[in-house]
Design a protein around this ligand. Structure first.
Ligand SMILES: [Zn+2]
Length: 316
């Protein structure tokens, strides 16, 4: 049998990662800052160039790579029934970025190169990775949450992953929370969850907000807002487990965990008293492994579940 390879791209507001894998595991991973100048095709072409470099690095003929999974930060907008990126921290038509892009025709650009292309929101991809290889394997009613520069959700109800009309289900970081607040989100909302607690906010206020820790009352309030957002998800979806990742969570989960759980369980116990929270187990690779999971042949999965071929990359 000829060797079979799959590719993955993870597109974020600050970086793009390309990964190549075969049945035995991850062969190579390359990361670059996301390009934000040039024609509308720039990001799609950057993804293709990165995959070409990754193939070269792994000693693989690029022309044999036909299958690509993509995780990307949203929101998405359909163009001719194909996924386009309308991501505010990449597309500059409504902000200060050095381009006038409104919607990047990502799927169209990638389909010119690959016979199989599957694109999902990065939190949906992360949810699929954690349900296949991580902390919530086979869990039917679970939610992936990232708390980093943004707040995002991947939602699974009755074993079905929710997507919505434009594959934008899970943008609940933009749920409105506090109409007394003056905090503005990148989306333009005032007082939504992301405006109140995002990692970007923590960076901007680093001088006046030096320690995001349990002793800091503002940090405790942020933990409460986060818990309240999770409560709103539980009462909407009847979820059982949350699996949480992202840099803010990863660096603070020990003290955040009890506060967030307490906030969820402080309301409507009949719906909330049996929920549990776990930390994501695939760390910084969760979206990359998620993108691979989108296109992975099912017969690879048991071997990967046993051998965990991402372990070495996680500790680098
Ligand atoms: Zn927002």
């Amino acid at each position: 049998m000829k060797p079979f390879y799959i590719g993955a791209i993870d597109i974020g507001g600050t970086k793009i990662a390309a990964t190549i894998a075969n049945q035995n595991g991850l062969l190579t991973r390359i990361i670059q800052p996301t390009l934000k100048t040039g024609p509308l095709s720039t990001v799609g072409e950057q993804a293709i160039a990165l995959l070409q470099s990754a193939c070269a690095q792994a000693g693989i003929d690029y022309s044999t790579l036909h299958t690509l999974g993509v995780s990307a930060c949203g929101p998405f907008k359909k163009i001719d029934d194909m996924v386009g990126l309308a991501t505010p921290n990449i597309c500059g038509s409504t902000n200060n970025l050095p381009n006038d892009w409104t919607v990047i025709p990502l799927e169209k650009i990638l389909r010119d190169q690959f016979s199989t292309v599957i694109i999902e929101n990065d939190c949906v991809a992360a949810l699929m990775a954690e349900r296949t290889f991580g902390a919530v394997i086979h869990e039917t009613d679970c939610v992936y949450v990232t708390w980093s520069t943004g707040i995002g959700f991947g939602l699974c109800v009755d074993g079905h992953i929710l997507r919505g009309k434009n594959n934008n289900a899970g943008h609940a970081g933009h749920m409105l929370m506090d109409n007394q607040s003056k905090a503005i989100c990148g989306c333009g909302n005032i007082g939504d969850v992301e405006a109140l607690i995002s990692g970007q906010l923590l960076c901007q206020n680093a001088a006046s907000f030096p320690t995001f820790c349990e002793q800091n009352p503002d940090a405790r309030l942020m933990a409460q807002w986060f818990g309240r957002a999770l409560y709103n998800i539980v009462v909407t979806l009847d979820s059982r487990r949350f699996v949480i990742g992202g840099s803010v969570w990863v660096n603070n989960h020990q003290w955040l965990m009890p506060l967030v759980e307490q906030e969820i369980k402080a309301h409507l116990p009949v719906l909330t008293d049996d929920i549990s929270i776990v930390s994501a187990s695939l760390g910084k690779l969760v979206a990359d492994i998620g993108a691979l999971t989108l296109v992975m042949p099912p017969e690879w999965i048991p071997h990967w579940q046993l051998s965990k071929p991402w372990k070495n990359l996680l500790t680098q």
